[in-house]
Design a protein around this ligand. Structure first.
Ligand SMILES: Cc1cc2nc3c(=O)[nH]c(=O)nc-3n(C[C@H](O)[C@H](O)[C@H](O)COP(=O)(O)OP(=O)(O)OC[C@H]3O[C@@H](n4cnc5c(N)ncnc54)[C@H](O)[C@@H]3O)c2cc1C
Length: 403
């Protein structure tokens, strides 16, 4: 052991894996992992799936990392309150912690609707405690209004319908999954809500939430025993105010391609950090599980003095209305979307592959097409030009479409 000290703030996926990767890669100093939540590190994707559906609970979400065996000091229920980079001190609610290496992994927090703080019937879904509370609401089979038809809104609507609740999903944009998918490819999902018996109202902004009801901009009032606000999340970096750590306009910690911040010895990883992507030619803030899982290896390498770059093909999945939706990559304006299968013609499984003018794939959306996703992810990684005519034929495996 050395007396070097690595402190990791935020005991979520990225923080927990940073601790594990540090040991795996041979860090012999002290590792301290502190997190504001009272629970040991757990996975969030099951919260809006297994936990709400009642097919799993805390035991299924816990991360499979033995911190004691790794010699990691895990401090749950301890929050960082400030940072003094010049003194290499992290301030916490239980006093300051000195560090040689510091990893910021405080994740993201849900955006809330103004004026709803403290209302007992209004919830967000970020933590295990949020999910357990919401599960009790679903078990009561009341009426549920989900604000936002994004991933969280869709997955919550799925579970609420399975529980037998009356469900309305209200979305200000004119399509489900705005911000994630172009309208043409999100449109088939509208039908999924209808088939599940959930009412989807797009193009409606919520103007007020009162006890037992939600009011829309056009004056419509919808009864709601419970309201779930799923309108996005922002990096949990408010506690860094005044520390001098550089933040981007979206609130993320500005990391470089090796996930280093502008303060010596300080790294940032996961939902709280943005990084410059050479692959996409811009700074990315990625709020996906895969990004929080892969970033820690880069951070651990950096702490151990090796220069690794974090620039993966972003990947995300969702389970909604009995379907598995997966998305990899990023497409840009002008990329050509090529359909493989057509939901309008009754195909239950389909995908869309975006190609640049030279045939290089940039993104892939799949619905119940895991093989397309698996093969497509490799093609995205390798950036091999594809033949659009072959891509458009769903009977041709994606891996056989390279030019
Ligand atoms: C309900 C839900 C479902 C999801 N489903 C999917 C999915 O299907 N597919 C997918 O790709 N992604 C999904 N995601 C996103 C994915 O879970 C996140 O991208 C991932 O959890 C990010 O990990 P993280 O460690 O960066 O942040 P987090 O998981 O948010 O962990 C950060 C931790 O830091 C703690 N913290 C914050 N501030 C402080 C502080 N000042 N001091 C100490 N600790 C602090 C927080 O309490 C938290 O425990 C889902 C997210 C949610 C909420």
């Amino acid at each position: 052991m050395t007396d070097e000290r690595a402190v990791i703030v935020g005991a979520g996926l990225a923080g927990a894996w940073t601790a594990a990767r540090l040991r795996e890669q041979g860090f012999e100093g002290r590792v301290t992992l502190l997190g504001a939540e009272p629970h040991p590190p757990y996975d969030r994707p099951p919260l809006s799936k297994e936990v709400l559906l009642g097919t799993g609970d805390a035991a299924d979400t816990a991360l499979d990392i033995d911190f004691a065996a790794l010699g990691v000091d895990l401090l749950p229920g301890r929050a960082a309150t400030g940072l003094r980079p010049a003194a290499r001190l992290l301030d916490t609610d239980a006093g300051p912690l000195p560090y040689d290496h510091l990893v910021l992994a405080t994740g993201a927090e849900p955006v809330t609707l103004p004026g709803t703080a403290g209302q007992p019937n209004v919830s967000v879904l970020r933590t295990l405690d949020d999910a357990r509370r919401l599960k009790r609401v679903l078990d009561a089979r009341g009426s549920v209004v989900a604000v936002g038809a994004g991933w969280i809104g869709a997955e919550t609507a799925t579970a609420a319908r399975a529980a037998g609740c009356r469900v309305t999903v209200v979305e200000a944009a004119h399509q489900p999954l705005p911000g994630a998918l172009p309208a043409a490819f999100a449109e088939p999902m509208r039908q999924w809500y209808a088939e599940a018996g959930a009412e989807l109202r797009t193009g409606h902004a919520v103007t007020a939430v009162r006890d037992g009801e939600v009011e829309l901009a056009d004056g419509t009032v919808i009864g709601a025993d419970a309201v779930l606000v799923g309108i996005g999340s922002r990096p949990a970096t408010g506690w860094l105010a005044g520390s001098g750590i550089g933040l981007a306009p979206d609130g993320s910690v500005r990391a470089d391609e090796r996930l280093r911040t502008d303060a010596p010895g300080v790294y940032a990883v996961g939902d709280c950090a943005s990084y410059p992507s050479a692959r996409y030619g811009r700074r990315l803030l990625v709020h996906h599980w895969d990004n929080a899982l892969t970033g820690p290896a880069t951070v651990a390498a950096g702490i151990l003095g090796r220069a690794e770059v974090h620039d993966p093909v972003p990947y995300f999945w969702s389970e909604q209305f009995g379907r598995r939706v997966q998305f990899a990559g990023r497409h840009a304006e002008g990329d050509l979307p090529v359909r493989r299968g057509d939901p309008a013609a009754g195909d239950a499984a389909w995908s869309v592959c975006w190609l640049r003018a030279d045939g290089t794939p940039t993104a892939l959306l799949t619905v119940d097409k895991p093989r397309d996703l698996m093969q497509g992810r490799r093609l995205l990684q390798r950036a091999v030009p594809l033949d659009p005519a072959l891509v458009a034929d769903p009977s041709v495996p994606l891996k056989a479409t390279a030019r």
